[in-house]
Ligand binder design. Structure first.
Ligand code: WT7
Length: 700
């Protein structure tokens, strides 16, 4: 795995360097009125954050925070790749996001909650109120639930004010929170409870989406059963109520286990809890991310390094000023929400909007009405939402007087046509766009333009953000030169403060997945020998802009939700009739990718709509509704290599009407035509160009 040639620049074409046909787009300059007010306008930032000034450059980010004890060592590399940032420092994240703003801003809105129903008015929570509510809940968590620094708590909640309040109450105590996306099933939550060894689950009775009340507490019982089956007992379930005093769920409360938070809080009115000084290196939270080998990976994020990094990037890349009204439409249950709804914006003392509902309810004008009404001037969302809004209401944005200074796209590559709609129709050509590329593992942005300094290039994320130095390696560890037009694996040359510290309870997998591939010397204590392998394919243009192509592993990005192929397949295998399952991505106009399922049955069973429905039901139950496949195909046999490996590449080609390539070396080539016929019909359909990640899907 070690490769001594990693730094050599290759001149020849290797097999792994896939030619990419891509029209470089024109460059678009940021609007002058944006530049005039921007936080980062000094071009010397490039020099300040150059590799020569690494790692000391990140002092600039650490100094945006208030430390209980200042740190002495910027970066400790004594045990690579387990980097330790701001060593010796003591800090509390809740203090930095709440208490420190009180002297100047206690009456200002920290959070504004926008309910699903447009008939319900929004709720503003001032920094003073946030302070009171975080303190009271922290007292409850400590005194009633018995939680202390280092304990883990699983939080399975929808998009409501009580979610950031709960996270900040944990942070105040040094309790490690593990927030599970509310749309995940009870079983998925249970797996994560078990992996993080949480004794306490914090949930909510229900919530609203598209006008429909949803029972959420019912998932808690399933989650606890799943956790118990993996040997993890949960002794308390704390249940918030969407409307205090009214119970939205049909599931009974379990005596001695389940408690309504609003009832318990009566005993803690007026309580104050001193923010616990935590070592910079202590974990702030765990966030699970799907991976190749099925089991979700618990990305463990630090307190000091993480908070410094999200604060610095929110200030310079999102251009957050304290007086802005900032709205990120992501879910707090994903890393985007942790970093750029909760921690970054609140550490900067701005106003952050939380929206309960979906972008197109009751119609595609909703986001623009919310923006106009609240005076939102920074808007943050994902390509899947932009595509959906563009399709449902291309003319809608022009009907409203919202005015954004900056807009963000994140989560998957954005097509230039969609980018232009965002820029022209939504931004009215007055807003700068940042296309931010990063991952759950990274804590904060890796690539993006610096909004006032770099021109925008539709479809390209941009150069590394300050202090991040990207490089593209081929399979041999040779550098793919900028401007070669060839794709390779995007890596980061240096560590950075926001990076995860390890995979929870699985340090070997952390090293194996992200560092082993391009490590130049496993004995080395020099960070230069340990580039971070992002597991994404990318092309580096001559101007240093990175265009992300998508995952190199078998992860399917559905509407910004990263789903593990293996997890979906395992869900299908829980259907008793199913012998084998293979899941492939299909390109979709709105969602980016949608999984399509192929299954073969055990002997004695024959294909039926009922079995297909069971596979869909299991995927929804085990993973969540967002994983619902486009189609389930019951095939007589899977296309296999002679060694018995399922050829997912061939199935992906059939599902996406791509050319099948050479299938003659398969153990059972005849089955390929049979499957093609089942999926595409009598006549072979016209062969289409598929996106790069689909073309590469299932490659060896
Ligand atoms: C994967 C990470 C942290 C952001 C939310 C998703 C893809 C992310 C971009 C972008 C092209 C992108 C990558 C990455 N991705 N942002 N701007 N352009 N692709 O976090 O669930 O950890 O997914 O999303 O493939 O590896 P995640």
């Amino acid at each position: 795995m070690t490769n001594s040639n990693a730094s050599r620049v290759s001149t020849e074409l290797t097999e792994a360097q896939i030619a990419v046909h891509w029209q470089e787009q024109e460059l678009i300059q940021p609007p002058a009125q944006f530049v005039a007010q921007a936080n980062l306008t000094d071009p010397a930032v490039a020099e300040r954050f150059s590799l020569e000034n690494f790692p000391e450059c990140f002092k600039e980010y650490a100094d945006l925070l208030t430390w209980q004890k200042y740190w002495h060592t910027t970066l400790d590399t004594s045990n690579p790749p387990f980097w330790r940032w701001f060593v010796g420092g003591l800090i509390n994240a809740s203090y930095n996001c709440v208490d420190r703003h009180l002297p100047t801003s206690k009456g200002k809105a920290a959070l504004i909650f926008v309910p699903d129903s447009e008939d319900e008015s929004h709720v503003s929570l001032t920094y003073q109120e946030l302070y009171v509510r975080v303190n009271e809940l922290a007292a409850l968590l400590r005194d009633f639930a018995g939680l202390k620094a280092g304990d883990r708590v699983t939080i399975h909640m929808p998009m409501v004010l009580e979610l950031p309040i709960t996270m900040l109450a944990c942070a105040r105590l040094g309790v490690i929170h593990s927030v599970v996306f509310g749309g995940f099933s009870g079983q998925a939550a249970g797996q994560r409870i078990a992996d993080s060894q949480s004794h306490v689950l914090i949930t909510m009775d229900g919530y609203y989406r598209s006008g429909v009340p949803l029972d959420h507490k019912e998932k808690a019982d399933i989650a606890l059963a799943e956790a118990a089956s993996e040997g993890q007992a949960v002794d308390k379930v704390l249940v918030w109520r969407r409307r205090p005093g009214q119970y939205l769920s049909n599931t009974p409360m379990v005596e001695g286990r389940d408690y309504f938070v609003d009832d318990l809080l009566r005993d803690y009115r007026g309580s104050r809890v001193a923010p616990v000084p935590m070592p910079a290196e202590s974990p702030l939270f765990i966030m699970y991310s799907s991976g190749t080998t099925g089991r979700p990976k618990g990305c463990q994020h630090s307190t000091g390094g993480y908070l410094a990094y999200v604060t610095g990037t929110a200030k310079y890349i999102l251009d957050v000023h304290p007086e802005d009204i900032y709205w990120c439409m992501a879910d707090i249950g994903w890393i985007t929400g942790h970093s750029y709804i909760v921690y970054g914006p609140l550490a900067l003392g701005t106003t952050s909007v939380i929206y309960e509902g979906v972008p197109t309810y009751p119609d595609a004008g909703r986001p623009w009405r919310i923006a106009e009404r609240l005076g939102v001037n920074i808007f943050h969302t994902a390509p899947t939402a932009i595509r959906q809004l563009r399709k449902a209401g291309p003319e809608e944005p022009s009907k409203y007087n919202h005015r954004f200074k900056l807009m963000v796209t994140v989560g998957e590559p954005i097509e230039p046509a969609v980018w232009y709609w965002y820029y022209e129709a939504v931004g009215k050509k007055q807003a700068v766009i940042v296309d931010t590329w990063w991952q759950t593992e990274n804590g904060g942005f890796l690539c993006s333009t610096k909004p006032a300094l770099d021109p925008m290039k539709p479809g390209s994320a941009g150069p590394g953000v300050p202090g991040i130095h990207p490089v593209i390696y081929d399979e041999n560890g040779d550098e793919v030169p900028a401007g070669s037009g060839k794709a390779g694996n995007v890596c980061i040359r240096n560590p950075w403060p926001g990076s995860f510290q390890t995979i929870w309870r699985d340090p070997e997998r952390y090293v194996a997945t992200y560092y082993a591939k391009y490590c130049k010397d496993p004995q080395s204590k020099d960070w230069r020998d340990w580039p971070y392998f992002a597991n994404d394919g990318a092309v580096l243009a001559a101007d240093g802009y990175v265009r992300i192509l998508g995952r190199v592993d078998d992860v399917i990005n559905v509407a910004g939700h990263r789903l593990g192929t293996k997890e979906l397949e395992s869900a299908c295998l829980t259907v008793p009739e199913v012998a084998e399952a293979a899941v492939v991505p299909v390109a979709d106009e709105i969602k980016g990718r949608i999984p399509e399922v192929y299954i073969s049955l055990k002997p004695g069973f024959s294909a039926s709509a009922a079995i297909e429905a069971k596979a869909v039901a299991q995927i929804e139950a085990i993973i969540g509704k967002m994983a619902r496949p486009k189609a389930v195909h019951i095939v007589p046999d899977m296309p296999k290599t002679r060694s018995g490996k399922i050829m997912r590449r061939v199935l992906a080609a059939i599902s996406n009407s791509m050319s099948l390539g050479d299938v003659s070396t398969l153990a059972n080539p005849e089955v390929v035509e049979e499957i093609r016929h089942m999926v595409q019909g009598e006549e072979p359909v016209a062969v289409k160009e598929a996106p790069e990640d689909i073309r590469r899907f299932g490659d060896e």
